[in-house]
Design a protein around this ligand. Structure first.
Ligand SMILES: C[S@@+](CC[C@H](N)C(=O)[O-])C[C@H]1O[C@@H](n2cnc3c(N)ncnc32)[C@H](O)[C@@H]1O
Length: 482
């Protein structure tokens, strides 16, 4: 069926498994290209590139759109390359979206998605460049790659979650499916994870195996989730032959806690010139160069001065608080807020040398609403994919709370753009936007938006000799209604 077929007036003319010929026009968020057959619905095509004419097999039909995957490339884009992984094509693993594009083209596609989202959701037109991280073929890399060399775009992923099939084989999920594909070796996995050979052994009684690598240290941890029902999980799992330094088992309600079966429960991660203790189940950037790049970018965006007060919202193991604390010095304050108990313990450990850096426990919106946090001129916020809660945006925008500069770190350009629009309505201006290719071969990208607003109240540094006393701070918080 060709794209000019007049029968294609809506999705009812499509059925799963049918092969259609379409031309991919733009890129769309999520690793898709968009095709708009004349008189037909929008077709989201995977494994295609903008400008390509392809035969695409329909994989899903909804009332509004059609999803398909390119199975034959009739006219290829100059950016097309042979995917390094044999499982990265149609019907294959769902982990990588852009293996069929050269790395610079992958970054250009991600930049286009960020531009689209900013324009659509925030009404902002802005050029965006997605920067490669070290080892992924940027200007700083020599041809053979950086020290400890890995192939550009591969071998970076320091956390991989393997699903275990009924027959005990650990593999990766097919795209938008519960099917588990036996991939053998995942090419984007960090070599420390590959060396654990998770897919080559059997995992009876286990439904999930997570493998985590420590950057710099070369340590590894494996976390197993026992099978069975939530009420009666498998009593024992065999860890014989698992070569990781630590093995942990998910336990407790909703598998929230981790019980060590062997070794310690945390890894050492290297970033910003030091080691960080990070619990095996807690968040840490999965690209070995990402934490470093983001820490630098946050400092550049916030320009902390001695004596400044700063908040690190969704602080995880305290990465940003830990680079802000020495910059604001003992005359300043840094307060991190985090809800994950293991991450809070890590953050307190990682920040222990700076008594002026503290961590508050709980949901960010709840902590901001309930506790009178001192006004802070500088804020870094690094929320999960869902973006900032509306209450957080309102808090940051209340003049009494003092926020004048915001570094917003985001792994989702859509929620970032939505929140930039909400912040702009409340007086914030987007000063800069950087983006990092922290997930090569996939559609994911990490952004850092630098925003500022003219604050009627700012936290002077000790250089100005005017730190606000506690009465001023309290009244500023009360004025804000927090
Ligand atoms: C994207 S991670 C960022 C962590 C840290 N900034 C880093 O770069 O390593 C988001 C963090 O927010 C925490 N989190 C998620 N929802 C939260 C909430 N509602 N309130 C507080 N923390 C939350 C997660 O546990 C996670 O540690």
């Amino acid at each position: 069926m060709g794209e000019c077929d007049p029968r294609m007036s809506n999705t009812h003319n499509y059925r799963t498994g049918q092969v259609v010929e379409v031309t991919a026009s733009d890129v769309a968020h999520g690793g898709w290209c968009v095709a708009r057959p004349e008189g037909g619905p929008v077709v989201f095509v995977r494994h295609a590139l903008p400008g390509e004419r392809v035969l695409a097999r329909v994989t899903e039909v909804t009332s509004r759109l059609v999803r398909a995957e390119a199975v034959v490339i009739r006219a290829a884009s100059p950016d097309r390359v042979e995917p390094p992984c044999p499982h990265a094509g149609p019907g294959g693993c769902g982990g990588c979206d852009w293996q069929h594009a050269a790395l610079p083209a992958q970054r250009a596609l991600k930049a286009a998605v960020i531009r689209q989202q900013l324009k659509r959701l925030a009404g902002i037109e802005r050029e965006v460049t997605v920067e490669p991280l070290p080892g992924d073929g940027g200007d700083g890399d020599d041809e053979a790659g950086p020290a400890g060399s890995r192939t550009a775009g591969l071998g970076w992923r320091t956390r991989v979650q393997f699903a275990v099939r009924g027959d005990g084989v650990a593999g990766l999920h097919a795209h938008r499916s519960h099917e588990v594909i036996d991939v053998g070796t995942c090419l984007i996995a960090h070599p420390v994870i590959t060396d654990l050979a998770i897919p080559r052994r059997h995992w009876p009684g286990v439904v999930l195996v997570e493998a985590v690598a420590g950057t710099g240290s070369g340590e590894s941890a494996v976390i197993v989730s026992p099978g069975g029902t939530g009420r009666s999980p498998a009593r024992s799992v065999s860890i014989e032959g698992v070569t990781a330094d630590s093995v942990l088992r998910r336990a407790g309600p909703r598998n929230r806690s981790l019980a060590p079966l062997r070794g310690r429960s945390y890894l050492s991660q290297r970033a910003a010139g030091r080691d960080w203790r990070v619990s095996a189940g807690a968040f840490w950037q999965v690209h070995p160069g990402a934490a470093d790049a983001l820490a630098d970018a946050v400092l550049a965006a916030l320009e902390p001065r001695p004596g400044d007060a700063a908040l690190d919202l969704y602080c995880g193991a305290g990465l940003f608080a830990g680079v802000l604390a020495p910059a604001v010095g003992p005359g300043g304050t840094v307060i991190g807020v985090e809800s994950d108990r293991a991450a809070i313990r890590d953050a307190r450990h990682n920040l222990r040398e700076w008594p002026w850096a503290q961590v508050r426990t709980g949901d960010v919106a709840g902590v901001l609403a309930r506790r009178a946090l001192p006004p802070a001129r500088l804020v870094v916020a690094d929320p999960p994919r869902a973006g900032l809660a509306r209450e957080v945006i309102d808090y940051l925008s209340r003049p009494g709370n003092g926020a004048g500069r915001l570094a917003y770190v985001s792994c989702d350009p859509a929620t970032l753009a939505r929140d930039i629009a909400l912040l702009a309505e409340r007086g914030w201006e987007l000063d800069g936007l950087r983006a990092f290719d922290a997930f090569p071969m996939t559609h994911h990208v990490e952004c850092l938006a630098a925003l500022s607003r003219a604050a009627p109240w700012t936290t002077p540094g000790p250089a100005a000799g005017q730190r606000p006393d506690s009465r001023e701070m309290t009244s500023a918080v009360m004025d804000s209604g927090a």
